[in-house]
Design a protein around this ligand. Structure first.
Ligand SMILES: NC(=O)C1=CN([C@@H]2O[C@H](COP(=O)(O)OP(=O)(O)OC[C@H]3O[C@@H](n4cnc5c(N)ncnc54)[C@H](O)[C@@H]3O)[C@@H](O)[C@H]2O)[C@H](O)CC1
Ligand code: K
Length: 216
């Protein structure tokens, strides 16, 4: 089953607003399903790159779990922190309270050392954009995605390879080229079985009732 961004949003909205499933519960499920595919013995130096939305919040949720393991962890937050995103802010506060190494990247100047810095990590978690991408990435996001792709590090994408347009499956501009992508609940446009063997579909406890209601 392939579900586009609009339908993903409608299913999310129904599950959260009508069935009253807390969004942070889905995020925790999402984080645990990505962690299932991260071997922290093999990869003990991990950099998580988070965007400004819920895909980024999933990245922060993953960080919250990794903090309890023997992992050299750094979190990059790219773009302006949106204080209205309550789930994002919940995780952001927890990670600050746990004194996690968090770097914010807002301007071109901020990325001066990024390429060097990420070369010290073994695994990069791509939590920059998910199904909320609305236009081809530009500016800081474009530079970061290109640097990650050129870093020769192992890359795991959260839900969507950042930059892929999951409304219509187009790949205009820079798109993360991950070793694996753990996508939630269903494949999105641009993730057709035949050309993406590195996509792993993981349920995150979205109720069938919500999926049936929206997809029929
Ligand atoms: N049911 C589920 O599958 C769940 C999915 N979750 C995660 O939520 C994301 C979707 O989150 P959303 O906030 O809608 O958008 P993104 O995080 O993908 O995008 C961030 C934000 O960025 C802005 N934006 C869009 N395009 C651009 C651009 N080209 N340049 C700069 N900024 C851009 C826009 O404002 C977006 O809102 C989904 O992928 C999952 O990872 C939930 O966490 C759990 C349930
Ligand atoms: K992503």
């Amino acid at each position: 089953m392939i579900v586009n961004s609009d339908k993903c949003r409608e299913i999310d909205h129904y599950a959260i607003k009508v069935l009253e499933i807390p969004s942070i519960l889905l995020m925790e499920n999402a984080a645990l399903k990505v962690l299932k595919h991260i071997d922290t013995v093999r990869f003990s130096k991990i950099a998580i790159c988070c965007g400004p939305g819920n895909n980024g919040a999933d990245g922060l949720a993953i960080a919250r779990h990794l903090v309890n393991l023997e992992v050299d962890l750094r979190v990059y937050i790219i773009g302006d922190i949106n204080e209205d995103n309550k789930d994002f802010m919940t995780y952001y506060k927890i990670l600050n309270n746990l004194k996690v190494d968090i770097r914010t990247i807002e301007t071109i100047e901020d990325i001066e050392n990024f390429e060097d810095d990420i070369s010290k990590y073994e695994l990069i978690v791509d939590a920059i954009f998910g199904t909320g991408l609305e236009r081809p990435v530009k500016g800081v996001f474009e530079y970061i995605i290109d640097m990650i792709n050129h870093s020769k590090r192992k890359i795991i994408s959260v839900d969507v390879p950042s930059g892929l347009n999951t409304q219509n499956g187009t790949r205009i501009g820079s798109v993360i080229d991950p070793d694996i992508c753990v996508t939630f609940q269903y494949r999105k446009p641009g993730m057709k079985e035949e050309n993406f063997s590195n996509i792993i579909v993981e349920p995150i406890s979205l109720p069938r009732e919500a999926i049936k209601k929206i997809l029929g």
